[in-house]
Design a protein around this ligand. Structure first.
Ligand code: 5AD
Ligand code: SF4
Length: 495
């Protein structure tokens, strides 16, 4: 096995470019941790990197085109630095596999969604290959030397010969020694994976093909990770899974269900806020609703994707609920938690979606009164059941429907934010505002975005903020710590 513990004499700089969902952000943080522990230096600047790794998404065509466009541009820059490696992992790597290596493609290696543990070695091999081809002996000669020691037995998964650096699919012998210790940019905030994959097969979606069937992590492992996080100062955790409400169903009898896991997580001292994504409406249980209502650590924001307000379209999407069943769950949620804010996902222009179907979606959005919605134009995905249907809503019409829904959701979001003006909310301070570095930005339990003046020492802390005004996407407030007792003390000192 390659001796990855030996420190490199010359550093190898790796830049990770992350696309898509929170799962990919977490994958990227885990990879940063693994690579750093193995002696690589993870950098933000792709132009300074010896290797650029794309962590990709295939949910829509646009996401794939973005990656290919960016990789193409970086490839042009290799005229000057031919030793630079471009690698690809994530959903696109899994789905397109070896085809990403040949022809016009620019990648040097491909690692599928179950091959994260092979990435450091694939990276080294690719660096050696390019360095040898380009007759570069400086930095990457070191990697060559390291590889010369011996090769990892797990590289057998890299089929069929090490010359072609691709590894996709699942293997009988398990997933290899993958470290889950992520490198998190904000130590007080963490994503934690509780399950991988999805077994739902919504007709439009590639995720079950790209990430495989649902596999839950053992509860003890998750709870241990949460305790470690809490012990190191983490206060907010978001539990991740494509469908968290079916957590545990694949585990042996007697394992914890999702509400049971969440209840145990909420008991961990130090963790103050718990969030989770995503909840498939068909699987949300009364137990979960009751727990959320009684457990104040669980944030008052639920991502609860509807996808369409038309029963005809829901059926074609292979979503396993009707609008009426969805509304029933919403009524239960709101009865148990009147202050709960709901967010959703909606697709416009699914094959065969008529104006009437679309009107049903608009009416549902208004009725449900979402705080936020992620709105998508249908994108045909090869290999999915819906790809057999004619993609018959013209792009212009998809755009029109998308814009109409955006306008409606924009109004609802603004109304939600305005409803908090005049109240004081607990805000977890996330950092400086992106637009104005002089002010701070944070989130309420409702995931409302708040901007206010305050000292940077508040970053990572909870502070009470009085909400003073609301623009369509942001609340502006003032930190009560500065306007309350502390300010009075200051005034006394100066008088
Ligand atoms: N086209 C458009 N949107 C899609 N989504 C998933 N697949 C597609 C597709 N083929 C959306 C769904 C899902 C979100 C993550 O992406 O709304 O909930
Ligand atoms: Fe895709 Fe449906 Fe699974 Fe969500 S639940 S990941 S939309 S197949």
């Amino acid at each position: 096995m390659a001796d990855f513990s030996a420190p490199l004499k010359a550093p190898i700089y790796v830049c990770l470019l992350t696309y898509g969902c929170q799962m990919n952000i977490l994958d990227s943080q885990i990879l940063s941790g693994n690579l750093t522990r193995q002696g690589f230096v993870v950098v933000d600047d792709e132009t300074a990197a010896d290797a650029v790794l794309f962590i990709t998404c295939s949910v829509r065509d646009l996401a794939e085109r973005k990656v290919l466009g960016k990789a193409g541009k970086l490839n042009v820059k290799r005229n000057r630095r031919p030793e630079v490696v471009l690698g690809v992992t994530g959903c696109m790597a899994e789905l397109k596999g070896e085809s990403l290596l040949g022809g016009k493609n620019v990648f040097d290696f491909v690692a599928g969604t179950h091959k994260r543990h092979l990435i450091p070695e694939l990276l080294l091999r690719a660096l050696c290959k390019r360095a040898a081809a380009a007759e570069v002996t400086a930095v990457n000669a070191e990697a060559l030397e390291r590889l010369g020691i011996a090769l990892s037995p797990y590289m057998d998964e890299c089929a069929p010969s090490s010359e072609r650096l691709f590894a996709v699919g699942r293997n009988e012998s398990g997933e290899g020694p993958d470290e889950l210790e992520a490198m998190r940019p904000r130590p007080w905030q963490a994503f934690v994976e509780i399950m991988r994959g999805c077994s739902n097969f919504c007709s439009y979606c590639v995720v079950p093909y790209a990430r495989g069937p649902e596999v839950s992590r053992p509860a003890e492992e998750i709870l241990k990770e949460l305790e470690t996080l809490a012990g190191s100062g983490c206060v907010e955790v978001t539990l991740l899974g494509q469908n968290v409400n079916s957590y545990g169903k694949d585990l042996p009898k007697g394992s914890l269900s999702f509400p049971e896991l969440l209840e145990k997580a909420a008991k961990i001292e130090g963790l103050k806020w718990l969030r989770f994504v995503t909840s498939n409406p068909q699987d949300i249980s009364d137990d979960l609703i009751a727990l959320m209502a009684s457990e104040k650590k669980i944030c008052r924001y639920l991502h609860f994707p509807l996808q369409s307000g038309s029963n005809r379209i829901l059926k074609m999407m292979n979503r396993k609920y009707t609008l009426e069943q969805y509304l029933e769950k919403v009524a239960k949620l709101k009865a148990a938690m009147p202050d709960l804010w709901l967010a959703g996902d909606l697709i416009v222009g699914f094959p065969g979606e008529t104006l009437e179907d679309f009107q049903a979606t608009l009416a549902a959005v208004e009725k449900i009164d979402y705080a936020n919605n992620f709105l998508f134009k249908y994108s045909e995905r090869p290999g999915t059941a819906a790809a057999r249907l004619k993609d018959d809503v013209p792009l212009e019409e998809k755009k029109r429907r998308h814009a109409e829904l955006m306008a409606l959701q924009g109004r609802l979001t603004h109304e939600h934010l305005k409803s908090l003006v005049g109240t004081t909310q607990e805000v977890l301070v996330e950092g400086h505002s992106k637009r104005n570095r002089d002010v701070l930005q944070g989130r309420t339990t409702h995931y409302a975005n708040v901007v206010f003046e305050g000292d940077p020492s508040l970053i990572g802390k909870f502070v009470p903020v009085r909400m003073e005004s609301a623009t369509p996407l942001t609340l502006y407030g003032s930190c009560e710590r500065l306007t309350g007792e502390e300010k009075l003390t200051n005034e006394k000192e100066t008088s």
